[in-house]
Ligand binder design. Structure first.
Ligand code: SAM
Ligand code: SF4
Ligand code: F3S
Length: 460
């Protein structure tokens, strides 16, 4: 983002930070906070690891393969450390929080371990390493929201940006490691969120995504604990900044999506008609074991309510295949739920047991790996059919697309997303990124709509 320059008076002015980010959008937003904290101390950011004095890897623990990937990357950092023994290597994020000092023991090249709530301490931790030690801070906080830190927008397209509105999670889904790695839920003051969104808009951004593990439980309170602003109120405040600033949000827990939020989406053309609605399973017994606090019937009536209030709402979901003790019939309940619900797209995973979670302590991870993979494949194939079918229904229709940049394949085509969060590609002609363009859909694949621009419009 404009206006952020490194502090060139600092003794760190020649030092360069390289940061690699894994995991969810929260981690991407956190890396931008870390870059900002170090920029204040004079560090420049670089995209080239060879030029770096400090290498950070911001990590994810959500599934075993996310962690394996990070271990692999750390091994690949070794030649850089050999070439430059002064190179500082730090592990940030959820793996840092989960494994703490164990990281230092398992991998000698690591100098710094920092959990998600301790990023303000990074300059001091770097000094500690400069003096010849190793440095760890994995304290979780009940208050930290990095509210007043203006993130340095890393690899930004200049059109869309994430804004972190809350941290942590108070839900205890039995499969999930996040409450352990991110701590208790806390909401960032609404004034600082609106300020950040306004500054982004003034810098030319046209879309903000409000981020949290469970945004619908956003709750700004006064000292007496009374609600000052809930999520619907926050959405409206951000949408009121400007009619040509699109607002999205992620992620929601189905139990917390209120009618008030649905009516706000319906009332404001610039709040996108799109909800991520992670069901996890379509079977009530499995949902109960997962501690999701809803059952299949409740999900069905809630999705019906979304479609009633916002008839053209895009809905996506998350599914876990092969959770502890899931039977074949229970798996088929998930498949049938997907067929009935017709989600626009889905993130689908095989269950991965995480140490310390409720599920790991209480239930056996007893669905054989081969069955998990097959069930996952069936779930993916169900979703592929739904996505192809739904995208084909859009052929001939006109969508408002915010152009975000060139398509991956050609600089003659622009790429953006429609209101429902589906990717749309169209020939560039006279149009530019950052513009709202009405596009008529000509053809469709499973993931993308392809169209032809009709006209530019000033707002969605
Ligand atoms: N807070 C969000 C929610 O409640 O939906 C998202 C949490 S997580 C970052 C994203 C997704 O990862 C979850 O919705 C779930 O489908 C999946 N996930 C979490 N823990 C998992 C595990 N142990 N094994 C497989 N998938 C998991
Ligand atoms: Fe994990 Fe559940 Fe919290 Fe989402 S709501 S982060 S799945 S514990
Ligand atoms: Fe991963 Fe942590 Fe996000 S575990 S999904 S990076 S909150």
């Amino acid at each position: 983002m404009k206006g952020i320059t490194a502090n060139t008076d600092s003794p760190n002015a020649q030092r360069k930070l390289y940061i690699e980010t894994y995991g969810c959008a929260m981690n991407l937003a956190d890396s931008e906070v870390v870059a900002s904290i170090l920029s204040d101390k004079g560090f420049q950011t670089t995209n080239l690891i060879e030029q770096a004095d400090v290498v950070f890897i911001n990590t994810c623990s959500i599934r075993d393969n996310a962690e394996s990937h990070v271990w692999g990357r750390l091994k690949e950092f070794k030649p850089h450390k050999r070439k430059n023994p002064k190179l500082i290597i730090g592990v940030l994020g959820c793996m840092a929080e989960r494994l703490k000092n164990d990281l230092l023991e398992k991998e000698q090249i690591i100098d710094i371990v920092v959990g998600p709530d301790a990023y303000r301490d990074i300059p001091r931790l770097i000094e500690q390493v400069d003096e010849g030690g190793k440095a760890v801070n994995v304290l979780l906080s009940r208050e930290e929201t990095y509210a007043e830190i203006t993130p340095v927008r890393l690899s930004s397209n200049g059109v869309t940006a994430f804004i972190s509105i809350m941290r942590g999670c108070n839900n205890m889904c039995s499969f999930c490691v996040v409450p352990f790695t991110r701590g208790r839920e806390r909401s960032r003051p609404s004034a600082s969120i609106v300020k950040e969104a306004t500054e982004l808009y003034q810098a030319g951004y046209k879309e903000v995504t409000l981020l949290g593990q469970n945004v619908d439980s956003y709750n700004e309170t006064n000292e007496a604990g009374e609600t000052l602003c809930n999520f619907a109120g926050l959405l409206k405040q951000v949408a009121n900044i400007a009619p040509d600033l699109r607002v999205r949000f992620s992620s929601s827990h189905p139990k917390d999506i209120t009618d008030e939020v649905l009516f706000a989406i319906q009332a404001y053309p610039n709040i996108c008609n799109y909800i991520h609605f992670p069901i996890q399973s379509g079977n009530s017994r499995v949902l109960n074991l997962m501690n999701r606090t809803y059952d299949r019937e409740w999900l069905l009536q809630r999705i019906a309510r979304i479609r009633e209030i916002i008839p053209n709402c895009g809905i996506s979901t998350d599914i876990i295949a092969g959770f502890c003790s899931e039977t074949e019939a229970e798996h088929l309940d998930t498949v049938s739920m997907m067929q009935d619900m017709q989600f626009n797209f889905a993130f689908m995973y095989a269950y991965s047991e995480r140490e310390g979670t409720l599920a790991q302590r209480r239930y056996a991870d007893d669905v054989p790996a081969a069955d998990k993979s097959r069930r996952l494949a069936e779930i993916i194939s169900t979703q592929q059919k739904n996505s192809v079918y739904l995208n084909q229904q859009e052929i001939g229709k006109i969508h408002t697309v915010l152009a975000e940049g060139f398509s991956k394949r050609s600089d003659q085509d622009l790429r953006g997303r429609n209101d429902q969060n589906i990717i749309v590609i169209f020939p560039k002609e006279q149009y530019q990124k950052g513009q709202y363009v009405r596009v008529q859909i000509i053809s469709a694949t499973q993931t993308t709509l392809i169209g032809k621009a009709i006209e530019q419009i000033s707002q969605p």
